[in-house]
Ligand binder design. Sequence first.
Ligand SMILES: Cc1cc2nc3c(=O)[nH]c(=O)nc-3n(C[C@H](O)[C@H](O)[C@H](O)COP(=O)(O)OP(=O)(O)OC[C@H]3O[C@@H](n4cnc5c(N)ncnc54)[C@H](O)[C@@H]3O)c2cc1C
Length: 389
Amino acid sequence: MEFDLSDELLELQRSVRRLAQEKIKPRARAIDTAGDYPQDLFDELKRADLLGLCIPEEYGGSGAGIMGLALAIEEVTKYSNVLGLMLLLTRLPTGPIMIAGTDDQKRRYLPGIADGSKRASFCLSESGAGSDVAGMQTRASEDPEVQGGYVLNGTKCWISGGMQADWFVVFAKIGDPALRLHTNIRAFIVDADTPGVTRPRVDKKMGVKGIDTTEIVFDNVRVGPNQVIGGAFALVMESLNAMRPIVAARGIGLAEGALMYATEYVKQRQAFGKTIADFQGIQWEIAKCATEIEAARLLTYRAAWLSDQGMYTKEYVPMLSMAKYYATEVAVKASGLAVQLLGAAGYMEDHPVEQFYRDARQLTIVEGTSQIQLGLIARGVLSHDLWWD
Ligand SMILES: Cc1cc2nc3c(=O)[nH]c(=O)nc-3n(C[C@H](O)[C@H](O)[C@H](O)COP(=O)(O)OP(=O)(O)OC[C@H]3O[C@@H](n4cnc5c(N)ncnc54)[C@H](O)[C@@H]3O)c2cc1C
């Protein structure tokens, strides 16, 4: 068993840590206050060659895999969950193409993400179908004029980075959308400038301000046969399974950032003639939180390693889901503790911990809520995919 990171991954971790401290940390609060997309920091990621971490070298990326991307996300999210999401969006919509796309699709869509000339979004959720993917109503009808082509109709919502995206991966049902058949779900690549695509609404949200979530309408949007991704519903699940460590990495980064900030605060805050950090009750809270962060890190790194080995099929789901579930719950807990450790100061905007707390709440909802992850883990144990003898 090997617990050390390779020299390449250590160097990546070091360089992203430096970039996060020098460029991201000073900007994090202003991004939250203004809520504007931080193009300057996207350009920093681009200059540092971090947008193609998970993309294979033959398609213009650096081939650092899910592990490399997870490490980078952990570092930036210590200061800004927005930057964690920005990096995550290099993998979420490219995942289905990398897993099930044709060579032509990989050549057309992956290099632009890796070099930062293009951005993309992942359009799965609908107002009536978030956890309940099979309930989606977006429909893909066969195009009567183009053999193998489809016409898409439907509305997707809460789509991260939807306003900036140059293309989308869109999930839709062939046949009658009232039928709850997973096997009817297909994935399509849709260029944002295709006639019939509109983005009428940007959500006002609680946290992770700086990257919008958007409603996207597909009104008789025609896609050619070369825009259809193979693989059906299994693809949705596998590309999301492989993503679990990436979301988990946002959780551990945020938890580490929150606990580090609060720890430095309690070491200097005076009460009852001592520092707050001198009280054993406070020390034990810090110790419990640090233990949970390290447990979440181990789960996350193992899940990243599994994903990089191609181990994201059904039998690995419990281990991947555990990382997402636990790390994001730890983020909520650690940021809540940080607010508490700062007392009134923690409730105010003078310190970043209230922002950590708002931002953390997103993580237990997106890409499979905590309850959905628990269901997946339980199913794995009940079926002995995870078993100990
Ligand atoms: C900031 C943000 C960004 C997002 N970005 C994207 C994006 O880029 N692309 C995209 O496609 N979607 C995106 N989403 C949507 C997200 O994936 C969904 O919100 C999520 O899947 C949950 O769906 P829902 O909101 O419809 O909740 P619901 O499915 O309505 O669930 C509501 C509650 O019920 C619980 N619940 C549901 N089913 C069960 C069950 N079977 N057992 C136990 N409890 C259950 C849930 O855990 C939750 O607590 C984003 C959401 C947010 C908040």
